[in-house]
Design a binder for this molecule. Structure first.
Ligand SMILES: Nc1ncnc2c1ncn2[C@@H]1O[C@H](COP(=O)(O)OP(=O)(O)OP(=O)(O)O)[C@@H](O)[C@H]1O
Length: 272
């Protein structure tokens, strides 16, 4: 169980996340949506302890994560791996070494310095890449891969940590619809098959509806929506985005749905 208890973050006089209280009784695929500046990234960064909460608490399986320090804090950061919009890979390093970086916090400085990895870790990295459909690219430099492939390398690096939770901050915001679908499918499968919790910040309503079990809507740092994908109506979206009657869903669409639909729309998207 993961619980956020009045979690708050202020920057100077500005409240980015405002007393967010949420309970996740079991691992699920969660989507966090909201306009730019709503506090989605700050919320994820606090969960991972990349950023310290100003007040409030995070409890995981009864343990106060907000109070962890030193090695215990690093262990938590491995337990909830983070994926970013810009992949954050080492561009000139080969794919498998990027994935092996996921084990960094478990290895000695000397082993890291000389790039010494146990054979079992290398095998596991290749197996994870294979599961994500990109094992054939293992020896290439990360920068030689497409955006969608690089994001899957980032997911593989996260999986090397064997995390209980994967936090994904706008994982598809830099991708075309086809690659966005591949990456979202991979995250969904990781949840379904491994039982890992996935929390995903998303810009697009259609993606949240399609992939998530539960959607959290944020506005000005507060949770203004918390429900199932079916409850995410246009009216609810209008409330989350603070938009007027002219709010258009198309403006927050990735067109992932169109990929599966036969007909001209799919053909146009596929040609992009
Ligand atoms: N390091 C920081 N210093 C000062 N203000 C910050 C910092 N990080 C975030 N903020 C502010 O906190 C608020 C929430 O930002 P955050 O990045 O969490 O929103 P977001 O919903 O993730 O937006 P986006 O979708 O654009 O990434 C914004 O007003 C932002 O300017």
């Amino acid at each position: 169980m993961l619980e956020l208890d009045r979690l708050t973050k202020t920057f100077g006089g500005r409240t980015a996340v405002d007393a967010v209280t949420l309970t996740f009784p079991k691992p699920a695929m969660i989507g966090v949506i909201g306009a730019s500046g709503a506090g989605k990234s700050t919320l994820l960064r606090m969960l991972n302890r990349l950023s310290d909460a100003s007040s409030g608490r995070i409890l995981h399986e009864g343990r106060d994560v907000t109070a962890l320090r030193g090695a215990a804090k690093r262990a938590w950061q491995a337990e909830c791996a983070m994926i970013f919009q810009q992949f954050n890979l080492v561009p000139r390093m080969d794919v498998v070494s990027n994935v092996l970086h996921g084990t960094l916090n478990k290895r000695s400085t000397l082993a890291t310095l000389f790039n010494l990895y146990p054979e079992s870790d290398i095998r596991r990295a290749i197996d994870i890449l294979d599961r994500l459909g990109i094992a054939e690219h293992a020896a290439k430099r990360a920068e030689a891969l497409s955006g969608g492939q690089q994001q899957r390398v980032a997911i593989a690096r996260a999986l090397m940590q064997d995390p209980a939770i994967i936090l994904a901050d706008e994982p598809i915001a830099s991708l075309d619809p086809m690659n966005a679908q591949i990456v979202m499918d991979a995250l969904r499968r990781i949840h379904d098959e491994d039982g890992r919790m996935v929390v995903c910040n998303l810009h697009t309503l259609d993606t949240a509806r399609r992939y998530c079990d539960r959607v959290i809507g944020m506005r000005l740092g507060r949770v203004v929506f918390d429900g199932g994908p079916d409850e995410l109506t246009t009216d609810a979206a209008r409330e989350i985005y603070g938009a007027d009657a002219g709010f258009s869903e198309a403006a927050t669409s990735t067109a992932i749905d169109a990929l599966d639909r036969p007909g001209p729309a799919a053909a146009v998207v596929a040609a992009v």
